[in-house]
Design a binder for this molecule. Structure first.
Ligand SMILES: [Zn+2]
Length: 407
């Protein structure tokens, strides 16, 4: 006789022999304890806990209890789970062994947190007007978000990188030196599926290594169906090879396969323009003597000019791009007053003074300084502005990490 589909978890459990029922009740109880606010239901015909979306599922089979914490939790707990047989998004606990109650509890709690974060991110994104509406009303949101403002060796802020956000899409410029890029993006309320365009200026660790993490995380999302479309990476040809080498040495093969398929590299060359998020972006070689590096001129929707000079001082050949910039982004390793302490010139960097003199010569409207030391971060803004105003009368900004500019 064909069994009727269960409507409740009780009905589901009743159908099994007593020994199995005991296990099912045990796993049910541990989930209830770990997620007291979650509600029970049957989804995909198996017991399901729900809180801001499906949380976890479980089911009984002949030889095991199947537990479905979703691919993200499987990834997060993969070391502990490596002891068990696994399917996609599920793990099998043998019926004749004790259930790993602590592990189950931790996975449930991680899922509660994940769903909670999704809801909060959604709320945050709803605060930004939807692109359709803004087009209709002619209101466009263009923002510059400084994700990091420090030089290579900082420990109190993140390495220099930033995002240009247009409505809900994001153009990321450099990625800092590692996994911290994920933290900065999260703090800025930028989700990975908003990022489809990334430019890497040069090969130094403090600008480039974050891309390895982004490729890893985004390709995993692509595989799991949480990221649509392609990821476009812009950098010079040699840098592409460097990135590919590191990716191949450090990231699982299944993710590497996305490169060339949905992760696409686009070479930048001196003086060549590209359309990125509808912007005309002209890249130029900054002629670094240390490592090949590119800056760019980006024309905002208003026609205003945003100029990124990389992490080295302005050079005369950049005049055609940087002259009368509305937004000039220039490095300043430290104050001129502190040059003997930080030795900027030895590293092909300059100070607040020179950056401000350059901005004056170029008649820049706004000057943003970054790639600084971090020894006195709390007073950085005050001290730098104090020095800078002797050399530049425009708007001088010394942003902290996560400062947002309306462009
Ligand atoms: Zn740097």
């Amino acid at each position: 006789m064909k069994q009727q589909k269960p409507n409740t978890i009780d009905e589901y459990i009743e159908r099994f022999p007593e020994g199995v029922q005991k296990k099912l009740q045990q796993i049910r109880q541990i989930i209830q304890t770990a997620a007291p606010e979650a509600t029970e239901k049957i989804s995909y015909q198996i017991p399901t806990f729900y809180l801001n979306g499906n949380l976890v599922h479980f089911a009984a089979f002949k030889n095991h209890i199947g537990f479905y914490p979703t691919p993200s939790a499987m990834e997060q707990f993969k070391e502990a789970l490596s002891l068990y047989k696994q399917g996609k998004g599920s793990v099998q606990f043998p019926i004749d062994e004790a259930l790993p109650l602590l592990l189950i509890s931790e996975m449930v709690q991680a899922r509660v947190l994940e769903n909670q974060q999704k809801v909060e991110q959604k709320k945050r994104r709803q605060l930004v007007p939807k692109s359709k509406n803004t087009e209709q009303q002619g209101v466009l949101k263009e923002k510059l978000i400084l994700l990091g403002t420090g030089n290579a060796a900082v420990t109190k802020c993140y390495n220099t990188c930033f995002a240009i956000q247009k409505n809900e899409t994001v153009f990321l410029v450099d990625t800092g030196g590692g996994n911290g890029i994920l933290t900065q993006l999260e703090k800025a309320g930028i989700e990975l599926d908003q990022i489809h365009e990334i430019f890497i200026s040069h090969e130094h660790t403090d600008h480039m290594l974050g891309i390895i993490w982004l490729i890893r995380m985004i390709s995993a999302r692509m595989k799991n169906g949480f990221y649509s479309g392609t990821l476009n990476i812009y950098c010079h040809a040699e840098l592409k090879q460097t990135i590919l080498t590191i990716v191949k040495l450090t990231i699982p093969e299944k993710f590497v396969k996305m490169i060339g398929d949905r992760i696409l590299f686009h070479p930048v060359t001196d003086g060549k323009s590209r359309k990125i998020m509808g912007y005309e972006v002209t890249f130029f070689d900054i002629r670094s003597t240390k490592a090949k590096q590119f800056g760019f001129l980006l024309k905002l929707e208003s026609g205003k000019k945003l100029v990124f000079l990389g992490d080295e001082p302005y050079r005369d050949h950049e005049y055609v791009y940087a002259d009368r910039a509305d937004w000039l982004l220039h490095e300043a390793f430290c104050r001129y007053a502190d040059r003997e302490q930080f030795l900027p010139y030895e590293k092909d960097h300059t100070t607040v003074k020179e950056a401000c003199e350059t901005a004056t010569a170029l008649q820049a409207v706004n000057l943003i300084l970054y790639h600084t030391e971090d020894k006195n971060l709390k007073k950085r803004k005050t001290l730098y502005q104090e020095e800078g105003r002797h050399y530049y009368q425009g708007n001088l900004y010394v942003p902290d990490d996560l400062t947002v500019f309306e462009l």
